[in-house]
Design a protein around this ligand. Structure first.
Ligand SMILES: Cc1cc2nc3c(=O)[nH]c(=O)nc-3n(C[C@H](O)[C@H](O)[C@H](O)COP(=O)(O)O)c2cc1C
Ligand SMILES: *[C@@H]1O[C@H](CO)[C@@H](O)[C@H](O)[C@H]1NC(C)=O
Ligand SMILES: *[C@@H]1O[C@H](CO)[C@@H](O)[C@H](O)[C@H]1NC(C)=O
Ligand SMILES: *[C@@H]1O[C@H](CO)[C@@H](O)[C@H](O)[C@H]1NC(C)=O
Ligand SMILES: *[C@@H]1O[C@H](CO)[C@@H](O)[C@H](O)[C@H]1NC(C)=O
Ligand SMILES: *[C@@H]1O[C@H](CO)[C@@H](O)[C@H](O)[C@H]1NC(C)=O
Length: 397
């Protein structure tokens, strides 16, 4: 039984209107109270059994200011909740009696030609130092240990050079591959400097985040006077993309694709990859979830998934979430907050979170009758509820 003393903390995370708990009940609290756990201390890493457990664990360690910055989303946080809950609109249609014994051999993938052990990656997120004093160094090392992609934020706690200095030399690609995230909402010479330093330290692509043209409405963090990624309205348009192309030969991945029009324009402009995301619901209230965006692209312009590589994130917490995005043609799926929370356990925590999501992807795929993660039949899921709300371009109707 949950102790009465603990309840207010959970209710505090719910909206004023209705009780919505941030984490599903995985039995963690029941277990911890039975095991003589002291509130406000971090549970043992071995007791983390679900990705969402790390949120609870991080909250025990982090101060309100730090946790608030990681957890915050825009407005009344409806988009944040929708990111977590919209998955229920797509139910599986498990195709049993399919030979799934070799699905594990299809977990590995490539992103822009680089090899990774799984179609999951660590999304770029600012201020890794709040979770652990080694900050982003833990992400680099855990990503190398598990052979997945990591993209450091331009607003990382550690410098580009510090992050590069711990890259492994012996990954599937040889030297570890990192994609540097950039914003262009400050003085552009700052961006050119970051591009130059990231190239010098061996970054293999840039992830250009296009969804932060102004300050976002973030009440939970404003309470602690936390600034966000951009505090002034700035011109972010396609001419900036052309300017970035002038400053680097590396591929530029557009992050923050939230509509089919934007996806099509990126393809037209020659982007090698696009990145579906509503920034974890942090930028603007009522922005769509990656499942809804991927479905909109699938219904209006399915060729996008063939023409460019499509990454996605926001609200991914389970293996089944990853599978739903892959089934629509997404190539690799990122997580932000879960890894920030796992980082409160250092590199072991991040590594464990990666292992968890990989093993869920494999086990869930097998349960559903998916034998090849690169060829997921459309009939394994029922998308009818997404169809009810999908936006159709005039020419798609
Ligand atoms: C604490 C935090 C900081 C973030 N900082 C950045 C950033 O600097 N650049 C960026 O492109 N995205 C940033 N993001 C967004 C993530 O890249 C990602 O889109 C988002 O976290 C995905 O949603 P999820 O947290 O539900 O997995 C940040 C997210 C969080 C939680
Ligand atoms: C609970 O933990 C404390 C501190 O570790 C210990 O002193 C106490 O004996 C434990 N109580 C029970 C019932 O296990
Ligand atoms: C995949 O699983 C099968 C059966 O469990 C096992 O024999 C094989 O070694 C595994 N392959 C990989 C790449 O893990
Ligand atoms: C990788 O190799 C470089 C050059 O030899 C070295 O400086 C660096 O420490 C190595 N990285 C790791 C993580 O061992
Ligand atoms: C832009 O940044 C550069 C350093 O990167 C600095 O020299 C310059 O003064 C800045 N310009 C403005 C307008 O702030
Ligand atoms: C790109 O660089 C070329 C050569 O320096 C210049 O003529 C052109 O105007 C630049 N384009 C943009 C969009 O900055």
């Amino acid at each position: 039984m949950r102790s009465a003393g603990f309840l207010p903390a959970l209710v505090g995370l719910a909206t004023a209107a209705d009780v919505w708990v941030n984490e599903v009940d995985t039995g963690l609290e029941t277990f911890l109270y039975g095991a003589n756990w002291t509130e406000g201390t971090q549970p043992a890493l071995k007791d983390m059994r679900a990705i969402s457990d790390f949120d609870f664990a991080a909250r025990q360690k982090l101060g309100d200011f730090e946790y608030g910055f990681y957890r915050v989303a825009a407005g009344g946080e409806w988009s944040y909740r929708n990111n977590l809950e919209v998955w229920s609109k797509v139910k599986f249609r498990p195709q049993h009696l399919t030979d799934v014994t070799k699905v594990n051999e299809t977990l590995k993938t490539t992103i822009l030609g680089y090899e990774f052990s799984a179609p999951v990656f660590i999304a770029p997120a600012a201020r890794g130092g709040y979770g652990d004093e080694r900050g982003e160094l833990n992400f680099v090392e855990a990503a190398a240990a598990e052979n997945i992609l990591y993209s450091p934020s331009i607003y990382a706690t550690k410098t580009i050079e510090e992050i590069a200095s711990v890259k492994a030399n012996n990954t599937l690609n040889g030297p570890q591959v990192i994609f540097q995230q950039i914003y262009t909402n400050t003085n552009l010479s700052v961006t050119w400097d970051v591009i130059e330093r990231a190239e010098r330290t061996g970054a293999k692509a840039f992830i250009w985040t296009v969804d932060a043209p102004a300050s976002s409405t973030r009440h939970r963090a404003a309470r602690y006077d936390t600034t966000n990624s951009n505090s002034a309205t700035s011109a972010i348009d396609w001419s900036i993309y052309d300017q970035i192309k002038n400053h680097t030969k590396l591929p530029i991945i557009l992050k923050g694709i939230t509509s089919v029009e934007l996806a099509l324009k990126a393809v037209e402009k020659g982007a090698k990859a696009i990145y579906i995301s509503n920034h974890g619901g942090r930028q603007v209230e009522y922005s769509p979830s990656p499942l809804e965006i991927a479905y909109e692209i699938h219904r209006n312009a399915p060729e996008v998934f063939q023409k460019v590589e499509v990454l996605a994130d926001s609200g991914v917490r389970y293996g089944t979430d990853v599978l739903k995005l892959l089934s629509l043609g997404v190539r690799a799926v990122g997580m932000g907050r879960p890894f920030m929370y796992a980082n409160t356990y250092g590199v072991e925590g991040v590594t464990k979170a990666i292992q968890m999501i990989k093993s869920e992807v494999l086990n869930d795929a097998a349960q559903i009758g998916i034998s090849d993660l690169h060829n997921i039949p459309k009939n394994i899921a029922n998308y009818r509820q997404l169809e009810d709300e999908v936006y159709l371009l005039p020419e798609s109707k």
